[in-house]
Design a protein around this ligand. Structure first.
Ligand code: NAD
Ligand code: ZN
Length: 359
């Protein structure tokens, strides 16, 4: 009945807090083969942050482009195998980037100590041994990946997280200066992931005082950031968005996402759409389920001149729509939360196909 959740062990928050990284790592350097693996968003290659990385000559710094696709099981297995064969077991993994990089850092830290392919561990509590030390530094805010118990991977069979208490970061550094360079469209889509997390978390049977308290505070911050008097990207809002993202993630941890995320997973798995953008594509059409939330979302779109494409489904084949609906239908925990334990009496595969046809 009751879930027993793990939170991040340590958090540093504040502008400029990135400078703490070197000191934090110094305490861990002696472990395993005494080197760190840094996985860093390719955006920072050649930027000032690259020079500020406290990497020593023995460390491995991998710049990864998060754009071609969301993290895959193959990508994680290859990275793990390459590092183990060339350098052995690292003292820890440091992920610096968005949700994509956070999930890569979390997943690879687990796979360093769990044998075989990461496809074996997609699901709840399938991981057998604790991973190695891992530290996350988000550079775009909204997914809540910095705080969540899951590292979402796309495998040949399914898009599903490695979810267990060892997935959670040992340490997070929340330095809001790092998100200042995010372009406005990505700032919007990724921020909306938080907004949608909170709307879905509170609209379902798993909502409770604990998840709601985080969700409401996160929604309040989202409203200030996206609709308030000083709406937009600025230093004050960057601080708020970092906190909103974390609280949205915590809200979900104690509740669940819903219809929008189920559809979004279908869009990502079958069409390769990125998570936050896919959520926005779906959420605009979900007024039947999340009326007030969708109306407010549309105000946010308007305020920031974001135009989402319409009539996309005209170009989708029936096979694609069926495949996406099947992916969504299989996310039973989301429908259970959003619709209720009798959801199978109320939602059919055809209903879900119709939701995709609205897009
Ligand atoms: P992302 O990591 O995919 O990055 C989005 C874009 O922003 C990229 O082009 C990246 O280079 C750029 N970017 C990042 N930081 C920047 C900066 N400071 N300045 C300029 N550009 C910057 O984005 P995301 O939306 O944070 O993450 C999406 C991923 O997160 C998906 O793979 C999704 O599955 C995953 N996700 C995970 C969880 C979880 O709980 N683990 C939850 C939701 C989503
Ligand atoms: Zn999400």
């Amino acid at each position: 009945m009751h879930k027993n959740f793990k939170n991040i062990e340590k958090i540093v928050f504040g502008r400029g807090s990135f400078e703490n990284l070197e000191g934090i790592l110094a305490e861990k350097r002696g472990e395993n083969n005494k080197f760190f693996l840094f996985v860093v968003d390719n955006f920072f290659k050649g930027k000032d942050l690259e020079k500020r990385l406290p990497a020593l000559p023995e460390d491995v710094v991998k710049f990864i482009d998060p754009d071609p696709h969301e993290p895959t099981t193959d990508q994680i297995d290859q990275l793990r195998d390459e590092i183990l064969q060339t350098k052995g077991l690292p003292a820890g993994v440091i992920g610096i980037g968005g949700g994509t990089i956070m999930d890569i850092a979390k997943a690879v830290s687990l796979m360093f100590t769990n044998e075989g392919s990461s496809t074996l561990y997609q699901g709840l509590n399938l991981i057998k041994k604790p991973g190695i030390y891992h530290l996350g530094i988000p550079t775009i805010s909204g997914t809540g990946a910095e705080v969540s118990m899951t590292a979402v991977l796309t495998g040949p069979e399914k898009k599903l997280g490695l979810k267990c208490e060892w997935t959670v970061f040992n340490q997070v550094i929340l330095d809001s200066e790092l998100i200042a360079t995010v372009p406005v469209d990505k700032w919007f889509y990724t921020g909306m992931d938080t907004y949608i997390h909170c709307i879905e978390s509170e609209n379902g049977i798993l909502n409770n005082a604990y998840s709601l308290a985080y969700g409401e505070q996160s929604l309040k911050l989202c409203r200030e950031i996206y609709l308030g008097e000083n709406a937009g990207q600025n230093a004050v809002n960057d601080d708020k968005l970092m906190v909103a993202s974390m609280m949205g993630g915590l809200s979900l941890t104690y509740s669940e996402v819903g219809v929008c995320h189920a559809l979004s997973y279908g869009l990502s798995k079958i069409l390769g759409e990125k998570h936050c953008y896919a959520n926005c594509l779906a959420f605009q059409h979900l007024e039947d389920y999340y009326g007030a939330g969708v109306r407010e979302f549309k105000q946010m779109l308007q305020k920031h001149n974001v135009i989402l494409p319409q009539n996309l489904s005209k170009n989708w084949t029936d096979e694609q729509i069926t495949a996406m609906a099947q992916v969504a239908y299989n996310l039973t925990h989301m429908w259970n939360h959003a619709i209720g334990t009798d959801w199978k009496d109320k939602i059919t595969l055809d209903n879900i196909k119709d939701l995709f046809r609205r897009m």
